[in-house]
Every structure is written in structure tokens, then in C-alpha cells.
Design a protein around this ligand. Sequence first.
Ligand SMILES: Nc1nc2c(c(=O)[nH]1)N[C@H]1C(S)=C(S)[C@@H](COP(=O)(O)O)O[C@H]1N2
Ligand SMILES: [Mo]
Length: 308
Amino acid sequence: MRKIPSSEITPEHTYLSRRAFLGGAGALSAAALLAACGGGTPAPAVTPRPADGRTDDLGDPLNSLEQISNYNNYYEFTTDKEGVARLAQQFQTSPWEVQVGGMVGKPRTFGLEDLLALGQEERIYRLRCVEAWSMVIPWSGFPLGRLLAAVEPQAGAKYVRFETVYRPEEMPGQRDRFYPWPYVEGLRLDEAMHDLTLLATGLYGQGLAPQNGGPVRLVVPWKYGFKSIKAIAKIDLVAEAPTSLWMALAPNEYGFYANVNPEVDHPRWSQASERRIGELRRRPTLPFNGYADEVAALYAGMDLREHY
Ligand SMILES: Nc1nc2c(c(=O)[nH]1)N[C@H]1C(S)=C(S)[C@@H](COP(=O)(O)O)O[C@H]1N2
Ligand SMILES: [Mo]
């Protein structure tokens, strides 16, 4: 099996990263990080520490709003996780439209208000990045299946393709032509219709901040975090499996499925364990990120090593 000792720093982009490092994730002062909390988004309420006493379904505490909003992967802004919040402050999340089309009976453009009208429930999910760190996040949103049902998928539609907004003037990382922007992700239609699959419009009871993918992003809790595409501008029902940005960049490292699987290592590090942000000791990674009871049946009969 592809096995390489894991380390604390195992970024998704490392093998092609000379440019990322040249681009310079400069050292941000603590003051700058704190200052990043204001700006274009509603200021976070008092940050409870540790979190607010609530837990996920496995009894583990929520990560704090401060942790969730200051440690982000969002390559449209920067590859520096602690620098995203500041760079995303000016990002315009309003007005916002999501175009839903492709193989559907009723194509439609949804404004953010239309999305909010589809419901707002809270879902406490683990987010497990392919880099082997994780958090517990209280999202708000609604099952994606509700939106898909509203546009009436046609019989030939087998996959859903998602696209992030393309605004290089606001997203400095998108000016780096090395990446095949815009960010694209995809799900099989049955995965997209699964009740756990969320379109998130908030967290900790607030609107979704730009660094977390505001105003609307996908959350697929049993898959590695990169599937949970941020700042969605377009959703299409399609016949063939879409090629994601990560598949296009490194097909041997990032497959279409990307189900969390402790038994299938990344070519450059182990996936057997992970570091929960805020904890010192690593913890074992769970099959399907702990959601196997709910989702394993989606993959019955599939070789999950082949379909990574
Ligand atoms: N458009 C877009 N979506 C994205 C990413 C990105 O770089 N661009 N990063 C992904 C990765 S690798 C992870 S782990 C999660 C991180 O979400 P968070 O910053 O809200 O914790 O967002 C995912 N969605
Ligand atoms: Mo990630």
C-alpha cells in the first residue's frame, strides 16, 4: 500500500507546492488574526471556550467558533490556513445566486432568500480533512435533496456537478493560473440525495462567514473535506461523473469518491488517525468518518480501494 510516515503538516498541495510556498504564506501576527474577525460578515458572538458544552453524536465536544473561523482550507484565497479569514473579509456574499440546471425538468436560479426558505435545521457533523485534521462543527442548512427535488431531475441524470463562484478580482488565489479554476466537485445522485448531505448556510446559528464558504456551501460529512465545496454558484445534474479540481490536479491522490477510510492511505501519509483541532493526541479515524451505519449501503459491492 502507498505508505509514507505521516507528519503534522501534510497539505493537499505539497507535491506541487513550490509555487504555493513562493507565493508566501507570510507569518500573520496574532493581532492580525484577531482583527480578521470583523469586516464584511456579522461579528462573531462571544466565543464559548471550550465550545458550548454540546457534543456530536459520538460524545465529542464542538470546536469553538474561533477555531472554525480561523483555520480554513480555501485555495481561492490562500493556501495558508490561518490567513484565509483575513483575505476573505472583503468577499461579497450578498447578493448571491445559485444557478441550478442541466438535466432537470425545472431549471431555476435560487437567490439566497430562496435557499433559506427551503429550511434551516442544525446538524452537528465531524469535518475530516484529507490532510488528517478534523473538527466538529454545528452547521445550519437543509438537505440538498430538497433543492434537487424542486428542480425535478430527469431520468438520465446520474451525478451532480458543483461549481464555486469565479471572481479573481475578489479571490487572489484564483489569479494563480496553476490551478484549474473554478473549483469543481461532484457527487453521485444517490449520494447527493442522502439525508446527511447538507447545503449549509450558517454555523453556530449565524450566517456562513466567507472563510467557511459563505453564503452557501456543501457539507458531506462522510467524505474528505475537499468534497464540501464552498461558495457555490452553479449546480448541474449531469450524466457522467464530473472531474473535480483535485482529480484534475492529482488523480492518483484524489479520487471521485473520497470517502473517509482509515484503511486506504493517501500516497503521502497515513489516513489511519487524525488530529482533532484543539487536541494534542491523535485519534483513530473512523470508516466513513463515523457515519458508516447511515451511508455504507451506498457503496455495497464496490471495491473502496479502487474507488478512492
Ligand atoms: N471552493 C473551495 N471549496 C473548498 C476548498 C477550497 O479550497 N475551495 N477547500 C476544501 C477543503 S480541503 C476543506 S478541508 C474544507 C474546509 O472547510 P472549512 O474551512 O470551513 O473548515 O473546505 C473544502 N471546500
Ligand atoms: Mo481538506
